[in-house]
Design a protein around this ligand. Structure first.
Ligand code: TRP
Length: 363
C-alpha cells in the first residue's frame, strides 16, 4: 500500500459557508495545502450527502454548489494544489457505499451520535429516510475512495471518522488489506472546535439567523456583532465580567491576534490583558464588541474582495470543479477496482475464475 499523505475533507452544499466553518476547518485546510506536506488534497462538495435530508429540495443543493466553491476559492483554496470535486459526479462512490453497507449493522448506525442528534434536530424521529440513515457509510466511501490518510474536520465529524475506521478494519479483515484507515485531524485550538452562534447557542444555523457568513457585507457584520450575546450579569461597566459562555470572547479567542491589538486597541498588548481587565471590572461590552467588529472586518474583507473577483468569472469556477472532479474520479475508480478485486467480484477480469470453473466441469 502507498505511504502517501492524502487529505480528503468536504462540506454539504446547503448554504454559504460561515465563520464557524472558517475557524473550524477552512483556515486549517489552506495552511495544510500550503505546507507542501501532502501529496494530494481532495475537497469535496458533498451534494449527494446534502440530498439525504433535502430530497424534496434539490434546487437548494444545486444553487449552493457554486456558493461553496466560491467560498473555497475566496479563502485561498488553490485549484493548482487542491482538487475541488462534486460528490455526485463520481458514481464510484455510490458503488463503494453499496458494498460497505453489508459491513455495518443497522444498530451501529442508530448509535452514531452525529446521526442521532441530526435526527432530533430535523424532527425525523419515526420517518427517517434510509439514505439519510446510511450517510455515514457513504462518507466512509468518500474517504476511502481517495485513499485518504488524513481527514481535517470539526469535532462534530468525529463519529463519522470512527465509523469509517471500523468499516476499513472490517473490510480489510474480511477481504484482505485493501483500504487505508484514515486519521482525523481536529482543530488544535480549543476555541476553534465549535464556534457558537452570535446568540450564544451552540450551533450556528441559517434558520436561527445566528451565523456570520464569510461573504457577509460590512454593515451586517457590525449589526450581528453589536447584537451578540455577552455576560448577562455584566450590567455596569465597573462590574466584573465573566468570560465563560461569553460569545464575544469566544469569537476573540478564535480570531484576535496580537497585531489586531496594536492596530485597533493599543490599550492592551494581547487578548489576555483585555480579558484580565474585563474580569476585574471596568471594561464595557461596547468596547469589546467594537474591537471584535474591527477584527472580523479585517479578517473577512480580503475574503469578500476575492469572492467578488471570482463571482465575475463563474465559468472559471465550473471549470475548476470539472477538473477537480475528473482528477478525483480517476483515483476513485482505481479504489473501486481494488475493492472488487479483493472481494473477487471482478468477474470479467479474473482469469483464475474462468480456469476454476473450467476445471470444475472438465475433470
Ligand atoms: N459530513 C460532512 C459535513 O456535514 C461533509 C462530508 C461529506 C465530509 N463527506 C465527507 C467531511 C468526507 C469529511 C470527509 O460537513
Amino acid at each position: 500500500m502507498s505511504e502517501k499523505k492524502i487529505i480528503l475533507t468536504g462540506d454539504r452544499p446547503t448554504g454559504r459557508l460561515h465563520v464557524g466553518h472558517y475557524v473550524g476547518s477552512l483556515r486549517r485546510r489552506v495552511e495544510l495545502q500550503n505546507s507542501g506536506e501532502f501529496d494530494k488534497i481532495f475537497i469535496m462538495i458533498a451534494d449527494a450527502q446534502a440530498l439525504t435530508d433535502n430530497a424534496e429540495n434539490p434546487e437548494k443543493v444545486r444553487q449552493n454548489i457554486v456558493e461553496v466553491a466560491l467560498d473555497y476559492l475566496s479563502v485561498g483554496i488553490d485549484p493548482s494544489k487542491s482538487n475541488i470535486l462534486i460528490q455526485s459526479m463520481i458514481p464510484e462512490l455510490t458503488e463503494l457505499s453499496f458494498y460497505y453497507m453489508n459491513l455495518v449493522t443497522v444498530a451501529r448506525l442508530q448509535r452514531n451520535p452525529t446521526v442521532k442528534s441530526e435526527i432530533k434536530m430535523r424532527n425525523f424521529e419515526a420517518s427517517i429516510p434510509v439514505g439519510f440513515m446510511c450517510y455515514p457509510i457513504s462518507q466512509a466511501a468518500d474517504i476511502t475512495a481517495f485513499k485518504a490518510t488524513t481527514v481535517p474536520v470539526g469535532e462534530d465529524q468525529e463519529p463519522m471518522i470512527e465509523q469509517t475506521r471500523e468499516i476499513v478494519r472490517k473490510f480489510n479483515s474480511v477481504y484482505g488489506d485493501t483500504l487505508i484507515e484514515p486519521d482525523i485531524m481536529l482543530p488544535t485550538d480549543e476555541s476553534c472546535l465549535r464556534l457558537p452562534g452570535t446568540d450564544g447557542k451552540a450551533k450556528m444555523s441559517k434558520s436561527l439567523g445566528n451565523c456570520i457568513y464569510l461573504s457577509e457585507e460590512p454593515e451586517d457584520i457590525e449589526k450581528k456583532v453589536k447584537s451578540m450575546y455577552t455576560d448577562p450579569t455584566h450590567l455596569k461597566v465597573s462590574d466584573p465580567g465573566k468570560l465563560e459562555g461569553n460569545t464575544v470572547f469566544t469569537y476573540l479567542d478564535a480570531f484576535a491576534k496580537d497585531e489586531h491589538f496594536a492596530e485597533f486597541f493599543p490599550d492592551y498588548k494581547n487578548l489576555q490583558e483585555m480579558k484580565d481587565h474585563y474580569t476585574r471590572g471596568g471594561l464595557g461590552d461596547m468596547k469589546v464588541k467594537k474591537f471584535l467588529n474591527n477584527v472580523l472586518q479585517a479578517t473577512l474583507e480580503p475574503i469578500r474582495a476575492k469572492r467578488h473577483e471570482y463571482e465575475k468569472d463563474i465559468p472559471y469556477v465550473y471549470e475548476v470543479l470539472k477538473k477537480g472532479t475528473d482528477a478525483a474520479r480517476e483515483v476513485a475508480a482505481e479504489t473501486l477496482h481494488d475493492v472488487k478485486e479483493s472481494m473477487k467480484i471482478n468477474y470479467f477480469d479474473d482469469a483464475a475464475l474462468i480456469k476454476e470453473q473450467m476445471e470444475k466441469y472438465n475433470k
